[in-house]
Design a protein around this ligand. Structure first.
Ligand SMILES: [Fe+2]
Length: 317
């Protein structure tokens, strides 16, 4: 039986507007806050002991939330919907499908406010659908600073790439833009080629989080800033085949993988056809500049098995 348990999904429960933010749980948030607000280019909108909400140059209140946990884990993924009615309708749709809604629609009590719901996907990831979050004014005084604009995408390791991709398409209305053989599936919710990708793996975990730079120039400046701080790319810079985006991967202080990217392909919904990309060096690195990924980054992309949100609740109850 499929990990989703859903047989006749009916229409999607929501129309996702965008990927808003990611929450990461780590043993030592302070070192992560220093890294992401220092060299990486984010800044804190709000901060407490062992917790921070970090923004990029765009108008989202935060794109990265960091909090404390005894091992690395994905805290949650947050998507934007457009209206409260859409959040309410999504809750009814999820309940109809038997998907565990762990927070009913209502005011959200974190630093960004707003209204939303939370549910758990079939592999235990906490997903939040939200509207009316606090905005912040755009930041980047001289227009050339290497400040990520937003989360470009999150790659998630899955034990069942077909079932989990089907869940996100059937339930959340996402579309598969491309496959990398039967190893990776790239999913979109708007014109960006992908905001989520699933990677077939031995266990469920976070593979990496990618931050979008406004241009290749900003992308290269960001890499330069890291190099000046003594941090070299673990893979890249290069340009991927699927998605056509630039890439440069680094390890953060928690041993999670972060990526600078730019220029992801824009999809025309009516004309796009999903393709299957062979996993050849020329197609995963079009420029031929990246070289192979380091052993270290491969290990960090595999991550540690993530028991998921409900298991964490049980453990702390
Ligand atoms: Fe990526």
């Amino acid at each position: 039986m499929s990990i989703t348990g859903i047989v006749n999904p009916g229409p999607p429960v929501a129309r996702l507007h965008s990927l808003r933010s990611v929450s990461l749980l780590v043993p030592d948030p302070k070192s992560m806050i220093d890294f992401y607000t220092g060299t990486w280019g984010l800044s804190a909108t709000d901060q407490g002991d062992d917790v921070a909400w970090l923004r990029g140059s765009g108008q989202e209140h935060h794109i990265l939330h960091l909090a404390q946990h005894d091992q690395n884990a994905l805290g949650k993924i947050v998507f934007a919907l457009d209206t409260r009615r859409a959040v309410d309708a999504a809750a009814r749709g999820l309940e109809r499908l038997g998907v565990a809604v762990v927070r009913e629609p209502g005011p959200l009590d974190d630093a960004a406010g707003g209204y939303g719901l939370q549910f758990v996907d079939p592999e235990g990831r906490l997903v939040e659908l939200s509207v009316e979050r606090f905005a912040v004014s755009a930041r980047d005084a001289n227009g050339r600073d290497a400040i990520p604009r937003k989360i470009a995408h999150v790659v998630l390791n899955t034990v069942d790439i077909d079932a989990i991709s089907t869940f996100y398409c059937d339930v959340l209305g996402m579309r598969i833009s491309d496959w990398s053989e039967h190893q990776m599936a790239f999913l979109r919710c708007n014109s960006d080629h992908h905001v989520i990708a699933f990677n077939q793996a031995p266990w469920t975990s976070l593979n990496h989080v990618a931050y979008e730079m406004p241009s290749v120039d900003h992308f290269m400046r960001g890499i330069g800033n890291l190099r000046r701080a003594g941090i070299s790319p673990e893979w890249g810079p290069g340009r991927h085949g699927p998605g056509d985006n630039t890439f440069s991967y680094f390890s953060d202080p928690a041993g999670l993988v972060c990526e600078y990217t730019s220029e992801v392909a824009q999809i025309e919904e009516d004309s796009w056809l999903c393709r299957v990309w062979p996993r050849t060096p020329e197609l995963s690195d079009q420029w031929g500049t990246a070289g192979p990924p380091t052993e270290k980054v491969r290990k960090h992309m595999a991550g540690v098995p993530d028991a998921g949100h409900l298991a964490r609740l049980t453990k702390t109850a």
